[in-house]
Design a protein around this ligand. Structure first.
Ligand SMILES: *Cc1c(COP(=O)(O)O)cnc(C)c1O
Ligand SMILES: [Zn+2]
Length: 450
């Protein structure tokens, strides 16, 4: 399928508009405030195409000037914006004005932890921790923009299908915007933390008898027939928001691009967003070279990794099964865009087993950082690339941690309290309420360390 390859609007296109929604397949443009979930002509996915940032004389801004603008918009500055999404407004939604629904979100840390670097075999491995967002995952970056669009179009309700984090995020932003939220999740397959958030923030939660892929089909049909604004990962405005993970990381690195950016991949919305962000950053001269993008799938849900191995000759679907519920997706919606992202960045697609994911997660958790299972796939992927000699000594690598450790407490309880075959289990101990009992425990653990 052809993916439209315009990066920015040219001078004669869409006069008077800052951005349009353009169909990937047939190239038709919709007004930026059109609420259609897909191309009305051919059903293709819509992408946002902006006009490149201009100075007051209408000439394209130099890269240095754009860097400067973004620096001035950092939250601590007098003209700063408290959101790590909206300070990049000119490349996200230039016409949002005062209308935005923002928590705020973004401004997540880029950190290193020696134990994690050592385990992965990658010196100075940088962890971009998106679990520090307000609802605990990167989904908030897309949701602030998607919800802003919902409000601008006068939506009466918003809906999504979700493996959990999108629904938690939608529920929060819909509540802030004062619009009813409707979420479709696979019954019995959503991690406890995500379900709890969705209920708490007040979205109407529909437990669908079927998997994520079934939920996605159902919500698309329902929104078409019932006129509800769709906030799935194919929503073009969510993609715009998720680009800021890359912009913010590059800004934190002084616009000196790393060699690799590694992220977990399920529905491929984030892979597509990262590809678009890098394409735009390169076209504007914000970076001088493009990092290699690495998408990491769980072995039990790895149709994209399979596609990569045969040079994307065809599109695969699988029956997905993995402990990492956020990437438990067998029929990824943003396939074509993700292919483009991998091709343009000389990228790679890997798969890692559930055991490798748990192994990585245990190290990240024990470093005091923590993340949800899907997030650990990126660090497991780094370890694999080091072993394969693709990441080499001296390479600068960013691994994205997509979600917070508290998202999946069920898995942690199982691992540390219930499983008997797990060597690193940190079991709680029941004691009598005496100082002697405490002293005995301390003595025993000293003995174990010696
Ligand atoms: C949504 C999500 C992913 C997967 O992102 P896709 O855009 O579906 O590929 C990975 N990790 C976490 C924690 C997520 O919430
Ligand atoms: Zn079309």
């Amino acid at each position: 399928m052809a993916v439209n390859d315009t990066i920015f609007l040219s001078a004669h296109e869409a006069p008077g508009q800052h951005s349009v929604q353009r169909c990937d397949d047939c190239g038709q443009d919709l007004h930026e405030r059109d609420a259609s979930p897909a191309c009305p002509q051919c059903g293709g996915l819509l992408a946002i195409i902006h006009r490149a940032p201009l100075d007051i004389m209408g000439a394209p801004l130099e890269p240095k000037a754009i860097h400067h603008t973004f620096a001035q918009h950092c939250c601590a500055m007098p003209m700063g914006h408290p959101s790590g999404v909206w300070r990049f407004e000119s490349l996200v939604m230039p016409t949002a004005g005062e209308a935005i629904t923002s928590h705020p979100e973004g401004n997540t840390p880029l950190m290193t932890r020696r134990v994690v670097s050592e385990w992965a075999g990658c010196d100075g491995l940088l962890l971009k921790h998106e679990g520090y967002n307000p609802t605990g995952s990167f989904k908030d970056r897309g949701m602030t923009v998607g919800t802003t669009q919902a409000v601008r179009t006068g939506a009466t309700a918003v809906a999504c299908a979700s493996t959990g984090n999108t629904s938690a995020s939608l529920a929060s932003y819909a509540a802030q915007a004062g619009i009813p939220g409707l979420v479709f999740v696979p019954a019995g397959k959503v991690a406890l933390g995500k379900m709890a958030q969705t209920l708490a923030y007040g979205a109407k939660t529909l437990l669908v008898k079927g998997d994520f892929d079934t939920c996605l089909r159902l919500v698309q049909e329902a929104s078409r027939e019932l006129g509800i604004y769709l906030l799935n990962s194919i929503n073009p405005w969510r993609v715009e928001g998720q680009k800021t993970i890359v912009f913010e990381t590059l800004q934190q690195l002084g616009w000196d691009a790393p060699d690799f950016i590694v992220l977990p991949a399920g529905n491929l919305g984030n892979t597509a967003a990262f590809g678009k962000a890098l394409r735009e950053a390169k076209a504007l001269g914000l970076i001088s070279r493009v990092p290699r993008l690495v998408s990491v799938q769980a072995a039990g849900a790895a149709p994209f990794a399979k596609g990569f191995r045969d040079h994307f000759a065809q599109r695969y679907t699988v029956q997905a099964e993995t402990i990492a519920t956020a990437i438990r997706i067998g029929d990824p919606a943003s396939w074509d865009r993700a292919v483009r992202a991998i091709r343009e960045t000389d990228g790679l697609v890997l798969s890692v087993t559930d055991d490798e994911i748990i192994d990585a997660k245990v190290r990240i958790d024990a470093a005091g950082v923590g993340c949800e299972p899907a997030s650990a796939a990126s660090v497991a992927g780094v370890r694999q690339l080091v072993r394969d000699g693709i990441i080499r000594s001296g390479d600068r690598v960013v691994a994205v941690l997509t979600g917070h450790v508290l998202k999946d407490p069920g898995m942690l309880v199982e691992l540390h309290q219930e499983r008997t075959d797990f060597a690193q289990a940190n079991r709680p101990v029941e004691i009598d309420a005496t100082v002697k009992a405490v002293a005995d425990i301390i003595a025993a653990s000293r003995g174990a360390e010696a």
